[in-house]
Write a protein that binds this ligand. Structure first.
Ligand code: GLN
Length: 202
């Protein structure tokens, strides 16, 4: 792996631009990924937040489903935020009819688990491996992680209130997922963790 990896951001739908901006702030070369051959030019991939059913449909339309599964299965590091977490999950609950995921991450994600758009909220989350203050996390129609397989490490849970204990950040080898959206709040610590994972340094 080169000292400065190139990170791709899936560009089918959702907040691709915000992820590219954070990677730019970190000085990491970053490119949108829209076609299968784009995957050959990146060392890691971010799957953004947005709408997972729409992203799945567009992935099929752009012939990206199998190439994405292959790269992820072959060990390409990937980080899914919100809808991206759903795409990485091996199993989902409350998915749309016939909703398929890419899989790779041995979790069950419950879609829209925290309620409707109007019930979006923020919470401070202590994310394991991310030093400093709790991460100010924004949840927008977010999934939670209902259960994890034994290879999955829980990195963050909601600490207090009626949602206390809900798992919202996980890692399994080179795969990272958060229910929330670090790309929207200007705090680059989780992106830095992912870039370190891509470099093989975390
Ligand atoms: N902010 C988000 O990414 C929302 C995810 C959306 N609820 C979905 O199921 O895809």
């Amino acid at each position: 792996m080169s000292a400065t990896p190139t990170v791709g951001v899936l560009a089918l739908q959702g907040d691709t631009a915000e992820h590219l901006r954070v990677l730019g702030v970190l000085g990491v070369p970053a490119v949108p990924v829209l076609h299968p051959e784009d995957l050959d030019r990146v060392d890691g991939l971010i799957l953004p937040g947005g709408e997972s059913t729409t992203m799945s449909k567009l992935a099929a339309r752009y012939d990206l489903v199998e190439p994405l599964r292959k790269h992820i299965g072959d060990g390409m590091p990937a980080y899914g935020t919100c809808a991206g977490m759903i795409l990485l999950a091996d199993r989902i609950l409350d998915g749309a009819a016939d909703q398929q995921t890419l899989g790779g991450l041995d979790i069950t994600a419950r879609r829209n688990a925290f309620g409707r758009q109007t019930e979006s909220f923020e919470a401070g989350i202590d994310v394991d491996g991310v030093g400093g203050d709790p991460f100010e996390a924004v949840f927008i129609r977010a999934p939670w992680v209902e259960s994890v397989g034994e290879r999955v490490r829980v990195l963050g849970q909601i600490a207090y209130g009626e949602r206390a204990g809900r798992i919202v950040a996980v890692r399994q080898g080179g795969l990272l997922a958060t229910s929330f959206h670090p790309e929207l709040t200007g705090d680059p610590r989780i992106h830095r963790l992912f870039v370190d994972m891509v470099k093989g340094q975390a």
